[in-house]
Design a protein around this ligand. Structure first.
Ligand SMILES: [Zn+2]
Length: 270
């Protein structure tokens, strides 16, 4: 077992504990929570052999990924549903000893259901990219690679990009005829990154591992475009302008359209 440090930027706190609820009459009560248990259930349900360590870390035995699920906050909404915010940190002894983390936000009737749905969504999207990053032959992600010559004190290296599944909401409805329309925008899993590639170029040039959270939205009613860009869990404002400019070029759709994706940049495994 490798003892990994929790990243200083990771806002997650506990893995286990008690939630304090307050009833309408002011009465308070506590309910226990256990995030490693909930995360392990999701991972096993999706077919990943998972070990639970006593300190809260989970280990995927096949890939060697070590995962630490942590609590940030929860709240009871006006409609009585529970909103949760959690993080999952991921380390791997060989290629990701320094670790990275991502956020999960979810809403459901109970705390456990909300956390579980956030973890499940993470496991069906971001985890696929992390698993492929651990492999010489990616199974789920579209990939790209580039050879870089020795430069700036770094040896010659092959950089690899892994493009996770895109969550694409609000895209225009297209019938069979429209799909053959030559004016239609091309969109594939690389595009959120490659259409903004000048902004990300500095990340490609190094020899480090980066997990990129990319989000762009276009509100067709008002024309407003928004973006969110994180690198290894931390805000990375250098990507915002390019993502917003890309969203502004999307063809008109009804209402709000957004695209969200997790991308990993790394040195290709030897
Ligand atoms: Zn593309």
């Amino acid at each position: 077992m490798h003892a990994f440090d929790v990243l200083a930027e990771n806002p997650g706190t506990d893995t286990h504990g008690h939630l304090r609820f307050t009833g309408a009459d002011g009465e308070e009560w506590l309910e226990p929570f256990d995030l490693p248990e909930l995360a392990a259930n999701v991972l096993r349900e999706l077919g990943h052999a998972t070990l639970m360590h006593e300190d809260g870390w989970l280990e995927l035995t096949e890939s060697g990924l070590h995962l630490l699920p942590q609590f940030i906050e929860f709240h009871v909404r006006d409609d009585e549903l529970i909103g949760t915010a959690t993080t999952i940190q991921c380390n791997q002894p060989q290629w990701l000893p320094q670790g990275l983390f991502e956020y999960q936000y979810a809403i459901a009737e109970t705390f456990d259901e909300a956390v579980t749905s956030g973890f499940r969504k993470w496991a069906r999207t971001d985890l696929l990219v992390l698993l492929d990053a651990a492999s010489a032959e990616p199974q789920s992600c579209m990939t790209m690679s580039m050879e870089l010559p020795a430069q700036d004190g770094l040896p010659a290296r092959k950089r690899r990009l892994l493009f996770g599944p895109v969550e694409h909401v609000g895209q225009p409805q297209r019938d069979a005829d429209a799909a053959e329309d030559a004016t239609e925008e091309d969109f594939c899993p690389c595009c959120l990154f490659t259409k903004s590639i000048d902004a990300f170029e500095p990340l490609l040039r190094t020899d480090q591992v980066y997990g990129l959270r990319l989000f762009a939205s276009h509100d067709n009613a008002g024309g407003e475009c928004q973006a969110d860009c994180r690198v290894n869990g931390e805000e990375w404002p250098q990507g915002l302008d390019a993502l917003r400019a890309y969203a502004a070029r999307w063809p008109a759709a009804a209402g709000l359209e957004y695209r969200k994706q997790y991308v990993i940049v790394q040195n290709a495994p030897q």
